[in-house]
Design a protein around this ligand. Sequence first.
Ligand SMILES: Nc1nc2c(ncn2[C@@H]2O[C@H](COP(=O)(O)OP(=O)(O)OP(=O)(O)O)[C@@H](O)[C@H]2O)c(=O)[nH]1
Ligand SMILES: [Mg+2]
Length: 318
Amino acid sequence: MAAAGRTSVELAERLLAGDKRALARAISLVENDDPEGWALVQEVYPHTGRAAIVGLTGPPGVGKSTLIGALVRAARARDRNVAVLSIDPSSPFTKGALLGDRIRLSEHFLDAGVFIRSMASRGSLGGLSEATLQAALLMDASGKDEVLLETVGVGQADVDIIDHADTVVLALQPGSGDSIQALKAGVMEIPDIIVVNKADHPLADTMVREIRGILSLGPPTSWRIPILRTEAAEGRGIDELGEKIAEHRAHIEAEGTLAERRRRNLQSEVMTLAAMRLRRRLEESTRDDPEVRALLDEVVVRRVDPATAAARLLDREA
Ligand SMILES: Nc1nc2c(ncn2[C@@H]2O[C@H](COP(=O)(O)OP(=O)(O)OP(=O)(O)O)[C@@H](O)[C@H]2O)c(=O)[nH]1
Ligand SMILES: [Mg+2]
């Protein structure tokens, strides 16, 4: 126990000093649900909150990774330290899709100022989001100026790490009516910045018009959501995107909404973690319980309705 504690303190020190390997090790610990990982997050948490968290979301294949690769390069040109967390099983960064043809993955991997990690989806309910939140905190603690999150967002209802971004960029591509429909239906939460990538496509202008139309239906806000055109693979429009991200951040800092947003997000994180743990505890405590099995049998034969059964289960636990 004491030895484990010492390891964790030493790891925490190295992590806070910005050691890349310490960060990688720390993330593996939380990914593997190792108690040392939790202890580490506990230790370094007071040092978090400094990084600008930027979330990039959008349907599969729109060019999120390519956009992030270009943003990373732009950030490095300004001497900013960045971390990238990709939460997407379909395009692991290791496959090299991230940086397109023009930027070599190895260039960033060898760069001490860049940390790239992808996390694959896990089966267990909430297991992944729990781990990704911890990973983002660890990246923040390691002194990164920016943490970039990539997630496939098509409006799933599950807990999303994207909720923890200070600035959310939604990437879309021309000719995708589904995304427009999803945006219209409000399934996709309104982002802070919209990017129409692959803007060399003939339908790019139409797309921009449609998006503008949808946004005009929303309530007036102090931040006007910009719609940008990019060609990520060619590096076009990336400077403008970087500027808009910085502008948005300045805006929410000046308005006080950054603090508000973070407060709301952290509160929901605490509630989500608590709810997930309660569920796990409930499942564990009832798994091999004959009484519970009998109760469920009653539901199956339609003698007891599900709501009544749930209430009995909770009464029993209390
Ligand atoms: N024509 C064109 N292709 C692009 C552009 N940006 C990215 N691509 C290509 O689109 C493909 C998908 O790009 P990714 O960056 O992997 O897209 P993604 O959104 O990260 O994809 P997933 O992570 O799988 O959801 C790659 O082949 C890119 O080279 C662009 O501006 N124009
Ligand atoms: Mg990707």
